[in-house]
Design a protein around this ligand. Structure first.
Ligand code: DA2
Length: 288
């Protein structure tokens, strides 16, 4: 099993993560809290109340976890294609796999990475939703003092299964949308590259950026549900399941609730995934 894809997936994922983290914090807050009037209001309030650091809450943990998550995604994707088409990453430019194979490989990567991602994503969402400014002497401490304290508290208060709260919604979000992600990327690269050649850096940037946008646009409804299920455990207000969360969210806030965070998700998705794919392709090219 070639390991280069796993390592390249890790490094490229970390670069994308840092670039997109402030957008991600605003998105999570808009999806789970009702105190903000929109993106700008959320940004202004976060900055005023918590300074620039507020946008980077809980980032150290995802940086560490992206090593596992993105390398599982890209590594499984590439190795599934190898199993389906018997072609390595280098050979695929000359013998492009069918879109069906790309979709199956993307869905497989998305399905498996969801279980690695679930506990890390839960901790990230809980920390991002802590709106207290950095601890000052005399002020009450935030509920979670950091990622390790957050993981330990969830484990104690909600049991080991609590760490997988929202995992089912995450799996439903990521399985088909990762298929869409890789199909969009490969299709755009294929269309703008002469037969048998490697795509240019500009093509990779644009194709990666659009792959991010299409996958996140389709992922947003279940992303909202996933974030709400992850936060619900905190308020002792657990939903009975994904369907229950969908129905109660729609009843209380209307259908528009499923598109909360769509604009910021798309704005974040372009640069993050342009950088992710560019560094992924660059690293694989360097090592071959
Ligand atoms: C719709 N989904 C879940 C995705 N397209 N995920 C893959 C993109 C991963 C990248 N680190 C990002 O956060 O955008």
């Amino acid at each position: 099993m070639p390991v280069e894809e796993f390592v390249a997936g890790w490094i490229s994922g970390a670069l994308g993560l840092v670039l997109g983290y402030p957008f991600d914090t605003v998105k999570v807050r808009l999806q789970t809290q009702t105190t903000y009037r929109g993106i700008v209001d959320c940004m202004v309030k976060t900055y005023r109340h918590e300074s620039l650091l507020g946008f980077f809450k809980g980032m150290s943990f995802p940086i560490a976890s992206i090593a596992v998550v993105n390398s599982v995604l890209f590594g499984i994707y590439s190795n599934t294609l190898l199993a389906l088409t018997a072609t390595s990453h280098q050979e695929r430019r000359a013998q492009p796999p069918s879109y069906t194979h790309i979709f199956i490989a993307g869905c497989t990567g998305g399905f498996l990475q969801a279980y690695f991602l679930a506990p890390f994503d839960l901790i990230k969402v809980r920390l991002q939703n802590q709106t207290e400014p950095r601890a000052k002497p005399g002020s009450p401490p935030p509920r979670y003092r950091g990622p390790v304290h957050c993981a330990a508290s969830i484990f104690q208060e909600e049991g080991p299964r609590g760490l997988f709260r929202g995992a089912w919604a995450l799996t439903l979000r990521d399985t088909p949308t990762m298929g869409i992600y890789f199909i969009t990327y490969e299709c755009l690269c294929h269309q703008s590259t002469p037969e048998g050649q490697n795509p240019s850096s500009a093509t990779v940037l644009v194709a990666g950026g659009f792959a991010g946008i299409t996958s996140w646009v389709t992922a947003t409804p279940l992303d909202v549900i996933k974030s709400r299920m992850q936060m619900a455990g905190l308020n002792q207000r657990a939903h009975r399941g994904v369907l229950d969360c969908i129905v109660s969210s729609a009843r209380q806030e209307g259908l528009g609730v499923f598109f909360r965070g769509l604009t910021i998700n798309s704005a974040r998705a372009f640069p993050v995934n342009a950088v992710t794919f560019l560094s992924y392709e660059y690293l694989l090219h360097l090592w071959q």
